[in-house]
Write a protein that binds this ligand. Structure first.
Ligand code: PLP
Ligand code: COI
Length: 339
């Protein structure tokens, strides 16, 4: 294996040794197969290619000081993949078999789990696609579930450091009652144009407003949003955002830290009141926000007035990472040790 410089890893794809695959045919899932090829050979009329029958997940494995490998909340990812599958009429993959697949693929690629000191992790990417050939718009009769892994560093440059996000009112990533609450590829395709424009202008991400009225905050392209004010953790509830497992975990940790937690529609007008704000997700972890620019209205909201991530974000970040790497107790049973 080429030597990997673990501490310099960004969020990119690096080939690992194995992936696992499972096929749904004749109304049932088959055996889990181990595969060393990165290639999927599929029918040109497969529904994943034409009609977007595709859903994915993202979770991470962490190597602790004790050498053990810990995976964070995989049951939640398994259930969310099932919800995504129901949302676009795909066969659901059983939760216990999802967990078995994750264990297997992590174990087989153990040498790619970054060392504790690097602060990097092994990103786990489950994928479920419609394989059956259709030309009419209907669900496939065959599916493939696969999981691959790749070692990653921070999603946003600099890791836990401030970055700017922007509001672009002419773009939505999901419709008001569309597929925003599930993790399907189409949502990410819909976010590419605005995402690229934002990056060119020097922003880490787009902060989407609710697609119906543009009065409330939704989420960022690849992560949820939260704000901190008056010892309160405030995060949007919305019909067009992904239920983030990181966000759910942070709400619990915030409560444990003595903060009040509010999950409710968050008005655009509240931005100016936030003492801290951040993006959160598996890839992003917690990415504190320095400033939110409403580009179309030419308005800037400076959040981090002293130019540093705020103390609440910092503490949440340390606590979450502490649990994930095994430095802090796993009070809620969020960790699965890979034997
Ligand atoms: N929102 C979107 C659109 C995402 O793609 C992700 C990443 O999975 C998240 C939020 C964060 O979700 P989680 O914390 O479960 O990774
Ligand atoms: C994640 O955080 O796992 C994601 O899926 C976000 C992004 C890479 C799409």
């Amino acid at each position: 294996m080429e030597k990997i410089n673990w501490s310099d890893l960004g969020f990119g794809y690096i080939k690992t040794d194995y992936n696992v695959r499972c096929y749904y045919r004749d109304g049932k899932w088959g055996e889990l197969e181990v595969c060393s090829s990165e290639i999927i050979n599929i029918h040109m009329a497969a529904t994943c290619l034409h009609y977007g029958q595709e859903a994915f997940e993202g979770l991470k494995a962490f190597r602790g000081k004790d050498g053990q490998i810990r995976v964070f909340r995989m049951e939640e990812n398994a259930k969310r993949l099932q919800a995504s599958s129901r949302g676009i009429k795909m066969a659901e993959f059983p939760v216990d078999r999802f967990e078995e697949a994750v264990r297997k693929v992590v174990k087989l690629n153990e040498r790619f789990v970054p060392p504790y000191e690097s602060g990097a992790a092994l990103y786990i990417r489950p994928l479920l696609i419609g394989l059956g050939a259709q030309i009419g718009v209907k669900p496939a009769d065959e599916y493939m579930f696969t999981v691959f892994v790749t070692p990653v560093g921070p999603y946003f440059k600099g890791g836990f450091s401030l970055s700017k996000v922007c509001i672009m009112r002419e773009f939505d990533r999901a419709a008001p009652n569309g597929t925003g609450t599930i993790k399907v590829g189409g949502n990410y395709a819909a976010s590419l144009v605005a995402g690229e424009m934002a990056h060119e202008k020097g922003y880490a991400a787009v902060l989407y407003l609710d697609p119906k009225e543009k009065l409330y905050l939704d989420e960022c392209g690849p992560a949820n949003f939260f704000g901190i004010r008056d010892n309160t953790y405030i995060t949007p509830s919305s019909h067009s955002i992904l239920p983030s497992i990181t966000n759910k975990s942070l709400q619990q940790l915030a409560e444990d830290m003595g903060l009040k937690v509010e999950r409710r529609p968050v008005a655009y007008d509240e931005i100016k009141t936030f003492e801290e704000a951040a993006e959160c997700g598996t890839a992003a972890v917690i990415a504190p926000i320095s400033q939110i620019d409403d580009i179309d209205n030419d308005v800037s909201f400076v959040i981090a007035k002293d130019g540093k991530p705020g103390p609440v974000c910092e503490k949440l970040y340390q606590t979450l990472r502490g649990i994930q790497y095994g430095d802090l107790p796993d009070t809620y049973g969020w960790i699965s040790i890979m034997e």
